[in-house]
Design a protein around this ligand. Structure first.
Ligand code: CTP
Ligand code: MG
Length: 377
């Protein structure tokens, strides 16, 4: 069983991304980038210890992002990535590792499967890197002039973690310490004639280099909630989710009193923080008297689109003892798909009774709850 350590290099200043805070301390979806990178290794069962290399000027930032992390105390890096790695490796010698995985803190999306592939290949190779096959035709250029087209089959984008037999890479870093221009650790192997094996990387394991990499990595998902209720009155049918359902009563309301569509409309408006149905369609406005509530829903969907968002999913629950919803569920779903322009698996219609409890249970009214999920691409 090999003793495997991970070295997460975070000593850079993030010049290309800019901003007040170095990029590795910014958060993506609530977790700081460096913390996310450390966790990927700290949570991996094959790894005995994780050490970060940080910039001496960033100690306060590090303190803030490293609460309750199970890892070794950090060491300070140097003014190039190569120096930072060497200082980190030297600090690990006391643990006598068999294998070290060297990872850029700026790649927070590294996954356990990728770490597994690198570790597995190290059983037979002294140096292993994850690579992504190049799919675009790739040119060698000089300024704005093309020199030649490179053979794509021979090209691969190198990622991290790059894995090495510890003694091999420690030795190379000492030997080439004065040739300070290597942007990854496999380059030192190439310089020292140590063969490097490539295993499949992961396109999601991108390096955060500029602000675009951060904004493209954040799934802006918002969820809105809606609730509506209408009193039962004399009549024969109710409008539920755009379908007229025989019920032996009606629902009292200014419009067609469709509780289901009203709750989804509010959920959509809630998801984009744009008030509620009463603000958009005043109950005092004569225009909406007896109106088909489908227009309210379509209006809310339009508002979502105007914000640059797309509706990902809506889910509604109708609450009442009567009428039975199940015979009409397919028709309701079809109507919602049409009104919202959504696929079948993005629309959900449910119903429940309240076991004869409360105003719905006593047959005084019907109610509906809804959620809507919108995504900002
Ligand atoms: N790194 C390091 N020590 C340095 C320079 C870089 O440990 N002196 C680390 C970075 O923190 C990063 C990784 O090496 O996790 C890859 O470097 P890069 O993406 O270039 O980050 P920065 O050097 O911080 O960014 P920039 O080049 O834009 O300044
Ligand atoms: Mg750099």
């Amino acid at each position: 069983m090999s003793k495997i350590y991970a070295l997460v290099v975070a000593g850079g200043v993030g010049e290309r991304l800019g901003g007040d805070m170095p990029k590795q301390y910014l958060s993506i979806s609530g977790t700081p980038i460096l913390r996310q990178s450390i966790l990927a290794f700290a949570n991996h069962p094959a790894i005995s210890g994780v050490r970060s290399v940080i910039n001496e000027e960033h100690q306060d930032y590090y303190k803030r992002i490293s609460q309750n992390l199970e890892c070794l105390p950090p060491v300070f890096g140097g003014d190039t990535r190569q120096k930072s790695v060497r200082l980190g490796l030297e600090s690990l010698t006391e643990f006598v590792p068999d294998i070290v995985l060297i990872h850029d803190a700026a790649r927070p999306f590294v996954d356990a499967g990728l770490i597994d592939r690198v570790i597995a290949a190290l059983e037979t190779s002294r140096a292993v890197i994850p690579g992504i096959p190049v799919t675009d035709t790739t040119k060698k250029v000089s300024g704005e002039v093309v020199i030649e087209t490179l053979p794509r089959e021979q090209l691969s984008f190198a990622q991290t973690p790059q894995g090495f037999h510890f003694d091999t890479i420690m030795d190379l870093h000492k030997r080439f310490a004065d040739m300070s221009h290597f942007s990854d650790d496999a380059s030192l192997c190439e310089q020292g004639n140590v063969p490097v094996q490539v295993v499949l990387g992961n396109v999601l394991n991108r390096k955060i280099t500029t602000m675009v990499d951060i904004t493209q990595s954040i799934p802006h998902i918002c969820v809105g909630h809606g609730f509506d209720t209408h009193a039962i009155g004399p009549g024969e049918n109710v409008m539920l989710l755009g379908v007229s359902v025989p019920s032996g009563f009606s629902l009292i309301g200014h419009s067609d009193a469709d509780v289901g569509l009203h709750s989804i409309t509010d959920a959509l408006l809630g998801a984009i923080g744009d008030g509620d149905i009463g603000i958009h369609f005043s109950p005092q406005d004569e225009r909406w008297k007896g109106e088909d509530s489908g227009i309210f829903l379509k209006h809310a969907a339009q508002k979502v689109r105007e914000r640059g968002a797309v509706i990902s999913h809506v889910d509604v629950t109708i609450i009442g003892e009567k009428p039975k919803v199940s015979p009409y569920r397919d028709a309701m779903i079809a109507r919602l798909m049409e009104l919202l322009d959504l696929d079948r698996n993005r629309v959900s219609v449910k119903a429940t009774t309240t076991e004869q409890l409360g105003f719905c249970g006593r047959g005084e009214g019907l109610a509906a709850f809804a959620t809507a999920t919108v995504v900002y691409p």
